[in-house]
Design a protein around this ligand. Structure first.
Ligand code: FAD
Length: 532
């Protein structure tokens, strides 16, 4: 394996996994937090020794050059990158491995593969970076399956500097996309935590949430038009800045999770790179005050690019900052004008609600202008990038480490948050003997409500962590449904959220979606089991 090889069982590049010193520091922090937990390291199995059955699928001669039946390739595409995926890989679970990984080189290849899958009745799973955390890329059904990996469709094809948009192929990973836009002085500025290992097509198909905490929070807001190949034909929507012509064709495919068609290209709205940036970290002595302060900023028409409220546990674990009531990281950016006035007004509002400014920083990374912890936002950002690697190291040591996310209105938030946290703590108590921590941060905030994102760190038992997590997840999902939240704000539905999604969506809408699926994919071969 080269230094840059992707891990088949866990997150990212094998070369970027925690080193010995990072692992030791992490393990000793966990030992202090959860004394008595068995931290034995369980190494991943050799994928070639797992006995993966031979492929049951043979492509026709005309497509044969596109397919791979290599065992490690197939195992690496068998599931996404959620905690439950990592655990199953670590335990050598080889259920539901795709028979072939097919890599189209052109849109015509996509058409030909879908034609063949439709004619032969072979299920096909569109695949971008494989960073799904909801079972979205997993052939969780009996019978053969083909994974359609769009990695070779990775080019920015056209840039329109006048309207500030670009036509981009769906299989491009985040860094390669930004590399191709940089010479034009433009950026998509969509930075999910999975940025390095997820693709434009995946973001569109899951309605991913990105960099901006307000306004353009979802990839939807950056989408001008889509080009989609379905078994029923290929369609492209008009490039328009806005349109009131009936239901939006783009909305039909945004969030369709590979069940209605394969997104091959999109025209995306771009921005100039920001030149002015100001960031502040603000501490609170009461969580209720911190929530009220965040709402005040969200409703003031200031629209910060970042507005992340970390509860005290999250601030401590991931930003190394001790607060009684929480830590708000707030930032403004612009390519056009200084943003000091916006930050100053936000800080005024935050102080009015009991906040204490711990530090501020400018675009040039100049020294902090206020006393206190100078680097809370930087510390949190670095931890943010390393989190999935830490998650993998802890999964090897029988920990439950996972997140779940949602959104609700501000009026509902206090009761909602209390109920969801209580459900998580009760479930941890039941399945992990109470050894665990629940954290919360807001990833995005709207004038009418926050998008809370919860973290669970709990002591599991080797061999049982999957079942333990599934119990916790079911308990919190039930609580989310019962108290008015969405089952997902940006992680998508996939297979894991289906029961709760089916419960939440209006019945006539579900019927219309099923009819759309039959019209676009009459043989039902596209990613069976997600959405419809
Ligand atoms: C550590 C980590 C951090 C994450 N952070 C975020 C975050 O900050 N914000 C966020 O929104 N999500 C996040 N996610 C979830 C995941 O990264 C997103 O859902 C992402 O949009 C998936 O992109 P992908 O290219 O990896 O898609 P995949 O995982 O390959 O596929 C996801 C779904 O989209 C479908 N699909 C993929 N490409 C296409 C296509 N071209 N046409 C049609 N269907 C397609 C697949 O069939 C599947 O249903 C995170 C995941 C991990 C593991």
């Amino acid at each position: 394996m080269t230094g840059d090889a992707r891990s088949w069982w866990g997150w990212g590049h094998t070369s970027a996994a925690l080193d010995a010193a990072e692992t030791e520091a992490l393990v000793s922090r966990v030992a202090a937090l959860l004394p008595g937990h068995d931290l034995t390291d369980h190494e991943p199995p050799d994928p070639r020794s797992l006995g993966v059955p031979a492929s049951r699928v043979a492509l026709p001669q005309s497509l044969a050059g596109l397919g791979s039946d290599d065992v490690v390739d197939r195992l690496g595409h068998a599931r996404g990158k959620a905690f439950r995926d990592v655990v199953r890989n670590l335990q050598g679970d080889i259920a539901h491995v795709p028979d072939l990984v097919v890599r189209p080189r052109s849109e015509q290849d996509v058409v030909d593969v879908l034609d063949w899958c439709t004619a032969s009745g072979t299920p096909v799973i569109p695949y971008g970076g494989g960073s799904s955390v909801v079972g979205g890329v997993e052939p969780r059904f009996d019978g053969p399956a083909v994974t359609l990996d769009l990695a070779l469709l990775d080019r920015v094809l056209e840039v329109d500097p006048v309207s500030r948009a670009a036509r981009i192929q769906a299989g491009v990973l985040g860094p390669a996309l930004e590399d191709q836009l940089r010479p034009h002085g433009l950026t998509l500025r969509h930075f999910p935590q999975s940025f390095e290992f997820s693709t434009l097509g995946g973001w569109l198909a899951t309605r991913a949430g990105g960099h901006f905490a307000t306004l353009a929070t979802h990839i939807d807001d950056l989408t001008e038009s889509l080009r989609v190949v379905s078994p029923a034909g290929t369609g492209e929507s008009r490039r328009l800045p806005g349109s009131g012509a009936g239901p939006s064709p783009d909305r039909m495919f945004l969030g369709s999770e590979g069940a209605l068609g394969v997104i091959t290209e999109a025209w995306m709205r771009l921005q100039q790179r920001p030149v002015w940036q100001r960031t502040a970290s603000v501490g609170f002595t009461s969580y209720d005050d911190a929530v009220a302060a965040t709402r005040a900023v969200a409703q003031a028409g200031l629209y910060p690019s970042n507005c992340r409220l970390l509860d005290p546990a999250e601030a401590l674990i991931n930003a190394g900052t001790t607060t009684v009531g929480g830590l708000l990281l707030v930032a403004f950016e612009s390519a056009d004008h200084p943003v000091d006035a916006w930050l100053d007004r936000a800080l005024e509002l935050l102080r009015d609600h009991g906040g204490t400014v711990l530090a501020t920083r400018g675009r040039d990374g100049s020294a902090p202008t206020a006393p206190g912890d100078p680097d809370a936002s930087q510390a949190w950002r670095s931890a943010f990038i390393r989190m999935p690697y830490q998650r993998d190291a802890l999964a090897r040591r029988s920990m439950l480490v996972e997140t779940f996310e949602t959104a609700c209105t501000w009026d509902a938030f206090p009761a909602f948050h209390a109920a969801v946290t209580a459900a998580a703590q009760e479930a941890i108590g039941r399945v992990c003997g109470g050894l665990g921590v629940v954290t919360c941060r807001f990833t995005h905030v709207y004038p009418d409500g926050p998008a809370p994102y919860y973290g669970i760190y709990a002591a599991g038992r080797w061999g049982s962590t999957l079942a333990q997590w599934d119990e916790v997840k079911a308990a919190v999902s039930d609580a989310i449904n019962a108290h008015g939240g969405t089952i997902t704000h940006h992680h998508a539905v996939g297979r894991d959220h289906r029961p709760w999604y089916d419960d939440q969506r209006p019945a006539p809408f579900a019927a219309a979606l099923r009819a759309a699926k039959s019209a676009l994919d009459p043989a039902g071969v596209l990613n069976p089991g997600v959405i419809v």
